[in-house]
Structure formats: C-alpha cells, structure tokens
Write a protein that binds this ligand. Structure first.
Ligand code: R1P
Ligand code: URA
Length: 295
C-alpha cells in the first residue's frame, strides 16, 4: 500500500494511482454516477452505453477484487459511470468515498437504483419510488446487552438533493408508475426489516409499526440513507449531490410479490429513464445559488 501522505487524497491505494477497493485510477469515472447493487442490473444498464473516444472502441469496464464492477461510457453523448457494489451501507461507504477520490474534480452526482420492500398498501409492487428522504434503522446491540433502550434505533431523516430528486421524478414518471416517498434504510435484510426467524432472538415483531409511528416510509432497503448522509456531508468544490430510486418488489404490508417477468420489464424501463435523467440533468442548476467555495 502506498502511504496516505497527501491530505487531499487521504485513502490508501494499492498502487500510486488506484483506489483500494474500487480498483480505479483517476480518469476512470464520469461526473455522473448511477450505482446499483446487482452486477446483472449494472450490465443491463451498461448495454445502453457507447465507448468514450479515449477508450478506443471498447467500453471501460473494471471488476475489482472487492466486488465492485465499474462501466464508464457515453449515454446519448454524455459521459456516465455505472457501478455495481453488492449490498449494504458499508459497500456504499467505499463506493462514495473512493469514487469521489478518482472522479473528475468539481461537483458530481451519485444516484442509486435498487429494489425494495414496500410499506404502503396503496403502493403496489412494480412501482418505482423516488426517495425524498430516508431514515436509518439499526439494531441496538446495547439493548440485548443491558436490557436498556429499544432493540432498534430509528434515526431522524436525511433528505436527498431536492433538485436532483424532482428532476429524476419528472423523468421516471413519464414512462413508469412512480411515486415520491420516504425510505427506511436498514442494517440487515432480516432483523431490522422485521423478518422473523426462530433461530434468532430479534425482538422485531412490532418493528414496522414502530417505524411507521416515527417516520412515513414507502420503501425499505439497505443503502439510500448512507448515500444521502455521506453526500450531504461533502463541502466545497468537490461536493456530491445524491438521490435514490427503488422498485418495490415485495409489499411487506399486503404480502404482494412482483412476478419475475414484470420485474424485468419495469427494471429495464426505469433503468433507461434513470440513464436519461442522470445524463439530462443540468449540473449547474443543481448547485445554482450555492457557494461552492464554502469548504
Ligand atoms: C437485499 O436483497 C438487497 O436488495 C436491495 C437492498 O437494498 C439490498 O441491497 O437492493 P438491490 O436490489 O439493489 O440489491
Ligand atoms: N430489498 C430489501 O432490502 N428488502 C426487500 O424486502 C426487498 C428488496
């Protein structure tokens, strides 16, 4: 590992030029990033890209040893990167910090696109939820240790970038059933999403109603809160604007589950709408009126 000597590039790298977990050198990413969990979804989205001139007729593709696959190319002449990360907030942490490190200097946008559980009976499976804000649901191990507090902590909400979000919403709703809604991001697919399992003492049988008392989520997934939280903590010229979109695959209140062919069709349609949204947004407008020198 090279030592992190430059304070502007504080993350260790396996060589002088590549970030450690994404495995990317500077120049590999565009300022517009669409990120997905599933590598197959990333490949599907990347099938709509054409190579950048500098990539000599081949789309830039890099799969890292830590499970990240990056595609960089052009969508309707605009540079975009698509990165698959697997699952969970820890992978999002690597993705956001290391992408920021090797992305072009200046503000960037990162949009995540995933699947989710639904929490409103009025929002059927196959609906796309554009996330306006997200709360974080985390298992509180101290409760098991000391008996104090509640088994799960429910954070205050963190908003998505409002301009980016309204742009994405207006694009996606043109082609797909789509609502604006809040999300509950969880630290587990199981315990903190209120799935019960006799092998574990999870104390989660009333969790969904507790979340609904404190927040108003339409969806439940595992990454958006951390993406929004990290993005809002960026400052100055290198800030990040973020947003998130999910397709409801299972409604946790009604028990409805999306049928495979319908999911594939919706996933593809929303994916193309998001590519259009991410590539069509005017980056200047996102930060209009903000002081980019405040960092
Ligand atoms: C759990 O199965 C995974 O599905 C959702 C959750 O956020 C979690 O990552 O997203 P993806 O379908 O994008 O992976
Ligand atoms: N992803 C999740 O995190 N939860 C679900 O119920 C479905 C997809």
């Amino acid at each position: 590992l090279s030592a992190p000597t430059d304070p502007k590039r504080p993350r260790p790298r396996p060589s002088a030029s590549r970030v450690l977990h994404l495995g990317l050198p500077p120049g590999a990413l565009a300022s517009r990033i669409l990120t997905v969990g599933d590598p197959a979804r990333a490949a599907l989205l990347a099938s709509h890209l054409t190579p950048r001139p500098q990539d000599k007729g081949r789309l830039f593709i890099h799969s890292s040893s830590r499970g990240f696959t990056t595609y960089t190319g052009l969508f309707l002449s605009t540079p975009i990167s698509i990165i698959s990360f697997g699952m969970g907030s820890q992978m999002i942490d690597f993705l956001v910090r290391e992408s920021r490190d090797v992305a072009p200097p200046g503000p960037i946008i990162i949009i995540s696109y995933g699947s989710a559980g639904g929490l409103k009976p009025t929002v059927p499976v196959g609906t796309c939820v554009i996330i306006s804000q997200s709360v974080n649901i985390t298992r509180n191990s101290d409760h098991w240790t000391s008996g104090k507090g509640t088994p799960y902590n429910i954070s205050l909400p963190v908003p998505a970038n409002p301009r980016l979000t309204s742009h994405i919403y207006s694009q996606v709703k043109q082609s797909s059933p789509c609502v604006l809604g809040e999300s509950a991001t969880t630290c587990s697919f199981y315990s903190s999403q209120a799935r019960t399992d006799g092998n574990f003492d999870d104390r989660n049988t009333t969790l969904i109603s507790q979340i609904q008392k404190k927040a108003n989520p339409t969806s439940m997934e595992m990454e958006s809160f951390h993406l929004l939280d990290l993005a809002r903590s960026t400052r100055g010229q290198n800030r990040i604007a973020s947003g998130s979109a999910v397709v409801v695959v299972a409604n946790r209140v009604t028990g409805e589950v999306v049928e495979g062919r319908k999911l594939a069709e919706v996933e593809g349609r929303v994916g193309v709408a998001l590519l259009r949204a991410v590539c069509g947004v005017d980056l200047g407008e996102i930060w209009e009126g903000e002081d980019l020198n405040d960092g």
